[in-house]
Design a protein. Structure first.
Length: 149
């Protein structure tokens, strides 16, 4: 992996800004979009649960229908890809089990070896302190996904 020097990192962080207006004639290329989409998918979250879904809308008619719901912000009509972040309103044991199964699939090991980890997550976000604020917790997690972009 290529390392980034301190000055290069600071230059990139200093350059970023909130786009107030898009050039409707410019689109993210089909070659570049998968990289950006993967950055969203690979974004970190607490416990690695990623309690969100991203909906990518490129269809102009759909964006026109959504336009009034965005307080008539022109960016929704002019952007290349409109990404809607949705979050889980409730965390369930099924969410945790899916995460554990995926972890085993990617990293190897067994579900049994991750039982304590599973129980910690269930005891926190499903039946524990965060369960009452699951939607708020998930919304804060979705903000993390914006970081790499």
């Amino acid at each position: 992996m290529e390392t980034i020097k301190g000055k290069q990192l600071l230059a990139q962080l200093t350059w970023r800004y909130a786009t107030k207006q898009f050039d409707a004639t410019r689109k993210i290329s089909p070659e570049d979009w998968p990289t950006l989409e993967n950055a969203l998918i690979l974004s970190p979250s607490s416990y690695g649960l990623q309690p969100w879904k991203f909906i990518v809308i490129t269809d102009q008619k759909t964006r026109e229908k959504l336009f009034p719901s965005t307080w008539n912000q022109q960016q929704i009509l002019d952007c290349s890809h409109y990404v809607v972040f949705t979050v889980n309103t409730k965390m369930t044991e099924e969410h945790i089990d899916e995460h554990i199964a995926r972890t085993v699939e990617i990293r190897g090991g067994t579900v049994e070896r991750l039982k304590r980890y599973r129980d910690v997550m269930v005891g926190d976000v499903v039946s524990g302190p965060r369960s009452a604020q699951a939607q708020e917790w998930a919304a804060r997690q979705a903000y993390l996904a914006l970081g790499p972009l």
